[in-house]
Design a binder for this molecule. Structure first.
Ligand code: UDP
Ligand code: MG
Length: 324
């Protein structure tokens, strides 16, 4: 039986890009078959799109005996789409994730496949060398985010890392074992270990449509990433608390000494107000940090499913069959 390569494509309102991607994948399919005797199994995951995405990918699946699709009941986010794709892909020998907007060139998979089969790596991952075509403010925040997370968390997250990567079945199984709800894949891929080779390519512009990530969505994704892989913010909160305690003791000492020496001139209410504001601000900040962690615990303990599929057809090489 030939080796299989599952290609997971998370799609959210990507109707303008899917046909082009499909063409490129079909070309790639022929080359893979001829060069390596590898069978390609595309898995399209429709993340609750409101456009024609669902019908288009369903059509692909009807036309091709190796193409699967999953459609979510609503938008669960790219992380959930990746998870659903990985679950469906687990019967494959090699698994890859690729964006629907053609920002990840599918043809690169030929080189990546060659590397993973001939070199001792479990994963070939990609990072982009520049952030051309991205808003400047977004790039700036992205850079800060990578600096912060790498300083404070116990996993290494490579700046500019894409989700586009080729993994062995074994590594994919490990990634699926990390079944937390607050998923931050870039961290999870690094956390599971294994040997990863990084290859670089220049940033490509999105084929059509606009980025599905708003600034707010990205910010909350960044917070998710930090909270999921580091408890350092809690330590900072504790240290700030301790610092203010010491400061308070020092002030008490100074005031007692001053009263004993100079008597008790009533003055200084403006400074009292300033201190009051500062301290209550710091307190609110620390409670906020605590709150973020508690909210994550809350959503983990509810143990809701990571996604809900309303329609799917899964095809894999094990039984060559179709489910649901
Ligand atoms: N995506 C998704 N769910 C979302 C947002 C995005 O499945 O809620 C998909 C999207 O269709 C695309 C990929 O994730 O295939 C990357 O999204 P996008 O191009 O908007 O991100 P960017 O390239 O700007 O980081
Ligand atoms: Mg994109």
């Amino acid at each position: 039986m030939s080796v299989s390569l599952s290609i997971i494509v998370p799609c959210y309102n990507e109707e303008q890009n899917l046909n082009k991607l499909w063409e490129r994948l079909n070309k790639l399919k022929k080359i893979f078959k001829a060069t390596y005797d590898v069978e390609i199994y595309p898995i399209f995951v429709d993340d609750g799109s409101s456009d024609e995405t669902h019908n288009i990918i369903k059509g692909f699946s009807q036309r091709d005996e190796h193409t699967s699709f999953i459609s979510f009941s609503k938008n669960f986010g790219k992380e959930a789409a990746i998870y659903a794709g990985l679950e469906a892909a687990i019967t494959g020998d090699y698994i890859t994730i690729i964006d629907a907007d053609l920002q990840d060139p599918p043809e690169l998979l030929l080189d990546m496949y060659k590397m993973i089969t001939s070199e001792p790596y479990d994963c070939i991952a990609t990072r982009r060398t520049d952030r051309k075509g991205e808003p400047i403010i977004r790039s700036w925040f992205a850079r800060r985010f990578y600096k912060i997370i790498n300083k404070f968390s116990n996993v290494e997250i490579v700046d500019g890392a894409r989700d586009f990567r080729l993994m062995t079945k074994q590594m994919t199984e490990s990634v699926l074992q990390v079944s937390e709800r607050n998923r931050f894949s870039k961290g999870i891929f690094s956390w599971v270990g294994y040997k990863t080779k990084w290859i670089e390519y220049e940033n490509l512009q999105r084929n059509d449509g606009s980025s599905k990530w708003s600034f707010f969505k990205l910010t909350s994704y960044a917070i998710d990433g930090i909270v999921a892989f580091s408890t350092f913010p809690l330590t900072v909160a504790a240290i700030i608390g301790l610092f203010f305690c010491f400061l308070a003791f020092a002030f008490i000492f100074i005031i007692i000494a001053r009263t004993l020496i100079f008597g008790d001139p009533v003055a200084g209410w403006p400074s009292t107000i300033c201190i009051l504001l500062l301290v209550s601000g710091v307190q609110m900040f620390c409670i906020g940090v605590l709150g973020i962690y508690i909210s994550k615990i809350y959503s983990e303990t509810k143990a809701r499913p990571i996604y809900i599929a309303k329609d799917k057809v899964i095809k894999n090489k094990i039984d060559g069959g179709t489910h649901e």
